[in-house]
Design a protein around this ligand. Structure first.
Ligand code: S3P
Length: 439
């Protein structure tokens, strides 16, 4: 008797990817919209909200903190803000699930709220480093206990007040920057963050949209405590990181021509576009416009033969979530690709350098790992079996790889795709990708 796991996909090589699609809403913006709307005075309407497990966890946490949030239909949330000092003490731990963004941003946001609470997460999140936020917050006067080795759960203790800081994070991280800025809302004086490399600026842009005075430019942000947030409506664009899987798939499969609608193209997110174009990709930005304060475009992606590249360091932070898809593109290029300076990939939902190297090797590609990157030597992809390690982006990357493989690819442990991209398998199949659930 064969027992098939309900948590697996089987995928194989496809014909051209064609048609039009809209991927779900941006995860980073959806989290931040709930957070700032919850702390605002008045009611905010969020449109295009990502109905993923990560962002729903953030909404559930704010309900526990006393915020009324309505969901009249999928993709819409109406958040009745309680004001900057209106959260109530929760009666149970706050469960961030798989989401590093939820945990790190909430740690900053809650550090100065004068409430005792506990932040917990799933097995993957419980292995992820939190000292990167706890240390600067402690310098601001926060009291936060971590598990051993600085991992979750985190216990936040009520403190009378925080003090602003001038902070240079050791790594390029929007989550660290955002945690410190959100703590700065409740701190005395000025909080400044200077980044080693600019990272996504959604926290800064959204604070400004909610009426909080803030100065920011790429790599720098500065705000004072003591203001209030004004409710506003948020229009969330389609998530570039979700679009990335289709961008790579349509580039790799001969004959493809795919249109991805309303994709967010904030310049801190589109490093992958620059690098793929340098490799020879054919990606056209059509109808570029500003929607809800964010630049969006329809992306027309046509098949193209890629050439290997030494990934420019300047683009790494701007494509930090796209490396699983990028490794697949590199594996199908002509000539080797070299990546260095990307050690942060080792502390994502999985160790993404190891996960991609192991998976690509299982499909017949030679990959040499280094502590901060990899060298990928392309060869025709074979069928094989992949363990996604419960990492949503590893699972989706190998679904893309399978479209170019000479045999069937089985991808195990795919449930976590629902954290960022519910409905991925169905949407992929609608473009012509060969992908179905097992079991
Ligand atoms: C995010 C920042 C990035 C990214 C994550 C979302 C955010 O993490 O990997 O998926 O919304 O701020 P780091 O800031 O740790 O690089």
């Amino acid at each position: 008797m064969t027992i098939t796991s309900p948590k697996s996909w089987i995928a194989g090589s496809s014909g051209p990817l064609t048609g039009e699609l809209t991927v779900p809403g941006d995860k980073s913006i959806s989290h931040r919209a709930i957070m700032l709307a919850a702390l605002a005075d008045g009611s905010s309407r969020i449109k295009g909200f990502l109905e993923g497990e990560d962002t729903r966890a953030t909404a559930a946490i704010f309900r526990q903190l006393g915020v009324r949030i309505e969901g009249p239909r999928p993709g819409v949330r109406i958040v009745h803000g309680v004001g900057i000092d209106g959260l109530r003490v929760p009666d149970a731990p706050l469960n961030c699930g798989n989401s590093g963004t939820a945990m790190r941003l909430l740690t900053g946001l809650l550090a100065g709220q004068r409430i005792d609470c506990m932040l917990a997460g799933d097995a993957s999140l419980t292995r992820r480093p939190m000292r990167r936020v706890v240390e600067p917050l402690a310098r601001m006067g926060a009291r936060i206990d971590t598990g051993s080795d600085g991992v979750p759960p985190l216990r936040i203790h009520a403190v009378p007040s925080l003090q602003g800081i001038d902070f240079t994070p050791p790594m390029a991280s929007a989550q660290v920057k955002s945690a410190v800025l959100l703590a700065g809302l409740r701190a005395r004086g000025t909080t400044c963050v200077h980044e080693p490399q600019p990272t996504r600026d959604y926290t800064e842009r959204m604070l400004a949209a909610f009426g909080w005075p803030i100065d920011f430019a790429p790599g720098h942000a500065r705000l004072d405590g003591g203001h209030r947030l004004r409710a506003t409506d948020v229009d969330v664009p389609a998530d570039f990181s979700s679009a990335a899987f289709f961008i790579v798939a349509a580039t790799l499969v001969p004959g493809s021509s795919l249109l991805l609608r309303r994709v967010g193209i904030n310049s801190r997110r589109v490093g992958l576009l620059h690098v793929l174009r340098q490799m020879g990709a054919d990606i056209e930005e059509q109808a570029v416009r500003v929607q809800g304060g964010e630049p969006v475009a329809d992306l027309r992606v046509r098949h193209a033969q890629l050439r290997g590249i030494d990934v420019p360091h300047a683009h790494i932070a701007d494509m930090i979530d796209e490396f699983p898809a990028f490794f697949v593109a590199a594996a199908c290029a002509e000539g080797s690709t070299v990546l260095t300076g990307a050690a942060e990939l080792r502390v994502k939902e999985s160790d993404r350098i190891a996960a991609m190297a192991t998976g690509l090797r299982a499909l017949g590609v030679a990959v040499e790992e280094s502590p901060d990157g990899a060298c990928i030597h392309p060869s025709p992809l074979q069928g094989g079996r992949i363990d996604s390690l419960g990492d949503h982006r590893i699972a989706m990357a190998f679904a893309v790889a399978a479209q170019c493989a000479n045999g069937a690819v089985r991808i195990d442990d795919v449930d976590n795709v629902a954290t960022s991209f519910p409905g991925f398998a169905e949407l992929a199949a609608s473009t012509g990708m060969q992908l179905r659930r097992l079991g």
